[in-house]
Design a protein around this ligand. Sequence first.
Ligand SMILES: Cc1ncc(COP(=O)(O)O)c(C=O)c1O
Length: 436
Amino acid sequence: MWSDYEDRTKGSRELFERAKRVLPGGVSYAIRYFQPYPFYARRAKGAYVWDVDGNRYIDLWMEHGAAVLGHNDERIISAVKEQLELGLHFGWANEWEILWAEAVADWFRMDMVRPTNSGTEANMYAIRLARAYTGRRAIVKAIGGWHGGYDALMRGVHYPPERIESLGIPGDVTRDTVLIRYNDLEDAEKKIKDVRPAAVIVEPVLGAGGCIPAEREFLKALRELCDETGTVLIFDEVITGFRFPRGASNYFNVRPDIITAGKAVGGQYFPGAGAICGKEEIMELINHVKRPRYYERVFHGGTYVGNALTMRAGYELIRILRKDEDKIYGKMESLGRRFIKGLEDAFSNSNTEAHVTGVGSMVGLHFTREHPRDYESSERTKDVKITKELFYHMLNRGIAYLSPEKAHFFLSYAHSQEDIDYIIEVVEEFARSKRQ
Ligand SMILES: Cc1ncc(COP(=O)(O)O)c(C=O)c1O
């Protein structure tokens, strides 16, 4: 399946042999590994990434979905170059954090914001805020929702969803994490009314779960149920926040109490990228001036939060997006539509049953016997063998995405129609090969 790949990636193989000795699994993050070894990237620009052997890939992983404008956008890089000279991390209050916070609050139409170091952190603090605000403990999350590595949210990510997602997390830490099925109104209603949680946390489009969009009615019902039960509604917009103009909450027209962001919120390419954005009455629980006693406020902070580099890059990204909102999102949406239609057509008269999900620049392809509307239906009947075959078929033809077991794709403004048409040709070739 991957012999062509091995022929072309001798340098990556060597690096993998070295990497294995010092990096568990040879990578910094398990998701970046695939068999027989991952390629190691050397350079990236626009829609493409080049590996150490000089192979070029059309990138559909796009930096974990962070690169909305594509890799290494000149405008962001030149703003950051200027900042390099001035200082990256002052460890002091700075103007860029204010400019960034104003831009992020305005983007999501939220009252107040705090920067975090990652999406994981944003969700951890959001849960803490919700618990403090309500005085309750339980959290409701959707099966298949990935909110990062915070202990309390490490349940119901993989299929089947019975087990805690990691060793080292004591059972009682996730005891109060209650799972609901995505897009299942009845399940949500029953559990939220039953449990009366501190928070309901949900991705408006399941990202790692396969690019499966929420039905608007589901999100609306969550809003109503949270209002009825005094629960904080958190939208995890770590992926979606900048993949839709003003985020997915704007796209679906449902207002949560807190939006968590990550990835692109720090300008796409920089660490220390995360945000908790919320209503004033919730966010003010962090305010140490109003709440001078440590035990009467919610702790949030961190050495690198608000560093000038990330703040400036995030601010610059939002400035670019605001200036050309229609053009940028118009293009990404039309690429997404073209891609979805191309994938659907490729399998429409094939023996291989495939279903396409997605919205905007997020697209999922599922070799299942049912059209997935939640994580379980994307996994239950999945043909893992074909899913993997497609991955290597694409990889051998210069198209890269993650993971071999989950065909989901992130487009960017930097992709061209020609890129999409080429990808579709390659998928059609795959579908034809399955017909014989
Ligand atoms: C929806 C969602 N939430 C949270 C996270 C965690 O973000 P980070 O990896 O920055 O900690 C991710 C990361 O992929 C994500 O996709």
